[in-house]
Design a protein around this ligand. Structure first.
Ligand code: PA5
Length: 452
């Protein structure tokens, strides 16, 4: 079986009529990307070079070896957005789903806590756990800018609660920009171990740098395998003729679908282990392309769970969605013939849960197709580090091509920056006097309230 198989039958007008795409339109958009692809690899974006660069692999290995000797029981990752979602995706896909519950499931590896939110409720619970094991808790603080208030404030809190312990400094790793930012200033002053985000690689494109790979290495994940998958996918994308090129074809479909009014892009894995990937992709697509009033809205749904929550809307609601299925199932579990006296469940007894999972996927896909709702499927023969690396790289390239087609800069996020400034102003950052006036005015204007 192929490692990935893309089935686009159900986006074609041949299958779903006028809601679908003509093959010639896909070919014409793809051929534009073919021309772009040629020049792109001559002057690649920095993230495209990561698979062959293996940035700081040696430093990561040395640091992970030192850490191994410290009998770490908890890895606490501080980071948000592109600084945490890649790691979360890898952990979801490659670690035991109940990793933290029991040592048997962890196989000697630390528990992990990813603090990608600052709700004090979660922070306080993590403090309660780690306070009891201060000597065995590793903090990995990740921020490319080194300035993100969520991450810095978490670090300030945990330094206070864990930092009085002997050798605290040896149990902190900072991942940040090499040349600038508050975190760098802290590293220079306090001497924590440091790894870097390479120049020109933005947060959401940084999973194949220490940002996503160092925490993975600490958890015993084979990061070479991840990078090898990305490297082979890069070769596919660079070399394959455009009609057989997975990234070019996917980008063309997503672009044409959105231009046709399918403004909502549902990513629906039938694979629990890709639940994190859907979150990672959601950020990548939204933050990279949501510009100049363009871009589709990515929506995450999980098969089969959301068949019982969202599917009604997808089949009979507005015709504004294109559904991307990711399917992968390997393990089996026999459904025994329990309750054999009930005839109506005969069809389940003796079958396999994997077959039911597949039947539910096919049933859902068929119901969407019959309702003329465009959908396509990327099937993965297995979930492992290699395939995950290939998947990351594939979608990073899809987004890069979409940026080109939309003519937007896929690598900045100006819409996020203003909210950050207002947050800092509200919190009293000294130099933001004008912004504070705006926030105070907005707060005093909130008069349309209903109370209960
Ligand atoms: O993709 C991005 O650039 C963002 O999502 C960032 O990763 C996020 O805002 C966190 O920024 P930083 O890594 O600078 O703390």
């Amino acid at each position: 079986m192929n490692i990935f198989t893309l089935d686009m039958t159900n986006v074609l007008s041949k299958t779903i009529g006028k809601e679908g795409l003509h093959k010639k339109d896909i070919v014409s958009t793809s051929s534009k990307l073919k021309t772009y692809n040629k020049t792109l690899w001559d002057a690649p974006y920095p993230f495209m070079e990561l698979p062959s660069l293996m940035f700081q692999f040696k430093e990561m290995g040395q640091l992970a070896d030192t850490i191994k000797k410290k009998h770490i029981k908890n890895l606490v990752l501080l980071g948000i957005g592109g600084s945490s979602l890649g790691t979360e995706t890898i952990f979801h896909a490659l670690l035991h789903p109940f990793h933290n519950l029991h040592e048997d499931m962890r196989n000697g590896k630390p528990r992990y806590f990813i603090l990608d939110n600052i709700d004090p409720h979660k922070m306080n619970r993590v403090i309660e756990i780690t306070e009891k094991e201060k000597d065995n808790t590793l903090l990995v603080v990740i921020s490319k800018s080194g300035e993100t208030p969520e991450t810095i404030s978490q670090f300030m809190i945990l330094k206070e609660t864990l930092g009085k312990e002997k050798n605290f400094r040896d149990r902190v790793v900072i991942i940040t920009d090499k040349n600038k930012g508050i975190l760098k200033e802290i590293v220079d002053k306090e001497g924590y171990a440091v790894l870097n985000v390479p120049e020109g690689v933005g947060g959401r494109f940084s999973v194949l740098t220490p940002v996503g790979l160092f925490p993975s290495l600490v958890m015993g994940i084979d990061i070479d395998e991840i990078v090898n998958g990305a490297k082979d996918m890069a070769a596919h994308i660079r070399e394959k003729p455009y009609k057989e090129n997975m990234a070019i074809t996917l980008a063309s479909i997503l672009y044409l679908m959105e231009r046709k009014g399918k403004h909502i892009h549902v990513i629906m894995p039938y694979c629990e282990r890709l639940s994190g990937f859907a979150d990672w992709f959601r950020q990548l697509e939204a933050e990279s392309l949501g510009k100049n009033h363009l871009g589709a809205t990515p929506l995450k749904s999980m098969g089969v769970t959301d068949q019982h929550s969202q599917l009604q809307l997808y089949v009979e609601g507005p015709k504004d969605k294109c559904i991307m299925f990711l399917y992968s199932a390997q393990e089996k579990r026999l459904i025994p013939r329990s309750f054999s006296y009930i005839e109506s469940i005969d069809y389940l007894g003796g079958k396999d849960l994997k077959d039911l999972f597949y039947a539910e996927f096919i049933g859902t896909r068929l119901s969407l197709t019959e309702a003329k709702r465009p959908n396509f499927t990327l099937q993965l023969e297995n979930i492992n580090g290699y395939n995950l690396g290939a998947l990351f790289f594939l979608y990073e390239m899809v987004i890069t091509y979409l940026g080109y087609l939309y003519n937007v800069n896929a690598f900045d996020q100006p819409g996020v920056e203003l909210g950050k400034i207002y947050t800092k102003a509200l919190m009293g950052k000294k130099d933001l006097v004008k912004e504070r006036k705006t926030t105070n005015r907005a707060l005093s204007n909130s008069k349309t309230l209903i109370s209960f």
